[in-house]
Design a protein around this ligand. Sequence first.
Ligand SMILES: Nc1ncnc2c1ncn2[C@@H]1O[C@@H]2COP(=O)(O)O[C@H]2[C@H]1O
Length: 948
Amino acid sequence: MEKEPYVWITSRRVRNPHYSQSLAGTQRVHGHLYGPNGSRVSNRTRLVRTATSIDLFQTGQRPAFIDHYGHLIPGTPLNSEKWETDHRVSSAKSQATEPNSFRDGRENSSSPVDHVGFFRGPGVTVRVQCFDSPHAKNEQNNLTSAEYDSPRIPGRPTTSSEREVSSAQKCPTSRQHILERVDSAWERPVSSRILRRPTTSLSMSSASITLSSRNSNRPKTSTSRRSLVVTPDDQTQTSHGDYPMRGCDRSGPSTDGRMSWSAVMPKCPRANTAFPTFRSMYNTVRAKSYLEERLKAIYLRRRTTSAGARNFNTRLSVGDIQRSPSLDGRVAPDGVVIRTPLARFRMLGCLAVRLRRMMLAIISNSSSKTQRSATELQWMAVYSENNDDNLAFNKHLYSRDRVIAHVPEWALSILNMRPEERTEQHCRRLHALLRGLRSFDKFTEEMQMSLCRAFTLEKVEEGRVVLKSGHIGVNFYFIYSGSVFVNSEDETADGQHFMRTVAVLSRGDSFGELALLQDIRRTATISVREKCELLVVDKDVFASVCPKIFEKELSEKQAFISTLDLFSSSFWSTEAIHALCMNAQIQEFKANKVIVADSSVEDWIYACMEGKCQVIRCVSLDAPAKNSKSKRKQSDVVLSEEILQLLAAAAEQQHSSQTVDDGDMKENLLSSLGLDYVQTGKKLYTDNTHARERKRAILGLNDSTTLTSLIQRKREKEKNIVFLDVGVIEPGGIFDLPSLLEDLDESDTTSTLMLVSGGAKILRVKKAAFFDQATQQAIDNTRTLSSKQRNPTEETILSSYKCQLAWDQFKAELVQTIVRIPDPFLPITYPKNELDKDQNKENRNRTEIASTTDNCDSGGNIIAKDNIIPTETEALDSKNTMSEVQAMSEVQAMYRRRKSNYYEDIESVNQKELIIIRRQPSAVRKNLIVPKREDPPSRLSSALTHRR
Ligand SMILES: Nc1ncnc2c1ncn2[C@@H]1O[C@@H]2COP(=O)(O)O[C@H]2[C@H]1O
């Protein structure tokens, strides 16, 4: 079939009109373009191939380009030498490869250039390249490509091709022939290249012209493409009369989503003559001219449409206002609405109301779609409850614990400036303000200054989500004021997903570093607990400033971890330690802050880096002592599974007749040996999240929980419980190691350990990460260590506590008795009326002593309760004499003095109710030593006897 003299003109999105320069030397290999240095050229460049295969000016032929402005793009730098020697259109095949020869898969990888020629006319230079085309039928058909260079457009840099073109003044006269046809369509100073290729999707009798109608000052995203099917008018194509060139029509979207038009090209005056190539060229140039017009029309129409749409939207949003004559005021004769100030005000008001409604809808929609954790919901419930208290203010805002430090006005104005506008002084002022924030202080001064230059401020309302798990990280945040929940998604045993609050971060904390450091998605969802002021730095600043500091922190963690026996290098590889450190956090706590409120719901392993922490046990006096674990003997010897099996095998041989359960046999064996049974072997961490979550919800913990508040809360739920200080953790110590390998007992709600800071720096490591990284030997080592550090059983603690209590009561009773014995050397003087009531007084004293002994605390301290020792008013009411009242108040004062001395002596924490059994940690770890009751001194006992 004879190929039709159609043309294919295509255009690409070219941001830089000189883009075509970068195509020099490109080669197409397996569908990709590679530059001269072998590097792959960007995707955009790949579009070039769509126009490379076929001739531009004749059947089966050559390419050219139109850029997105509809301009011809200046082409490859000219090979002037070639031009000098080979300016005649000929079929002589040059073996030199044209650097800018574009190919696609159907052509050879090296397309030899046969000829390069120039045709220069007024306002335009045409460059013609001849390739050896497999489609060529004759020499003339080998004309493959053309370039048109026009006088330089003001403002556009001169391209090398343009420079070369301008030097190429010697054009063969035959070129004038082409220019005669070109000039007519070539009025404006533009330059571009036109490519041609056959289209497979369209019939061979037509071709497509694809344009990109992108305006230089419109955003990139607004690029659109148009396709034009252009045929010479000797093809009987459908003609549509809308367009300047014999008619083009929009034929609807093509399969690739582009819009296309058909255009019928006017017949070239010399078509089908000796220069069919020139005819094609003529058609091409006409097509180009048409396309320019067309593009302009499209652009103008679009601009009008978008302006119209804007107006229309505005009218819609204020439509009712405009329609209302009262608002509109008058309509001027030219149709312009004259609005009165009132109408304008009302219109603005209306807009504001609508905007607010819209924002509220967006907020409620977004927050309802954010899954909330139980802790978060509980917080919100408590918060809203208190809002409903009929108070005229929110009492939370005035709570003692609440630290409100808003960003001051002057800092706001600095933070609102662009980074490049901030002076050194501005940064210094900000720096002074932010110094003292925990996370900020980690950085060196230089880094802090860089951060101060880059910070922006974000204020986020309560309940909003700052970042979501699974999203790509773009920012890093410091909390200047307020607090946030860190929620992570978890899964129950039956596969249900739920949100869990893993941490609460407040002023001075930072978040959002993990995704940026490790180049991963966000690992948690951060939602605002209390209205926050966040200082934000973007990814780039973070990448340039912060990683160093995190590296420093990482090395600090690694250094500390490697000093712990638990993470001894003989059991843990360097990679495992590194992975653990990535899942570890360093935290600092003030004295009396509860670090762990319930060891059974903890997902972290806590190790003390600096300072010290108290381990406190909450014991219920009502509940029967748990004896499941007390069966075991306390021993430092741990047998491995292999040894146990050997022993068991030996025992089995001895008693082969007896059928004993394997577990029982081991137990029996060990108990006969007086050893503890420790099962070795890697036990995977059972993350009993559901139970943990339930317990956490019951406890209602947050970061500001102090020991006092926790005791109060627990006492409200359960009256008969005591809090016993069972140990101290010093630097290098690990909290509750035995529980690491034990299962969570859901029913056990009271008998758990609490970790309370006495002013400490803590390293905490995720238990899940621990079990992920732990080898068999590491787990065995953990068992060995935890068996050495076993906590006393509840039974032991209770019996010890009771002994202590009895002894303290005895002491208190004794002290009571002694302080009431009058000085034997002073004469006893009784007031007159006292004599009559001697018997009554005696009775009352007895009652007093008896009741006082029932009201001692564990430290031997008598709790002065109102119902035991009468107050002055009560004493007067009961018609006691003045001297008796004085005596009573003296006794009361003495009690108080002794009481305060006592508390000073034992350095008690400041709660009266906390009962302290203070011991050396080593003693606690082994066994609680119950102090023996000493015999009272003989003098006192004789005095007591005498008194009674
Ligand atoms: N258990 C956690 N305790 C405190 N902060 C956390 C915890 N888990 C995640 N985060 C923070 O939450 C952030 C969520 O986004 P990133 O993963 O970028 O970084 C995360 C950490 O900064």
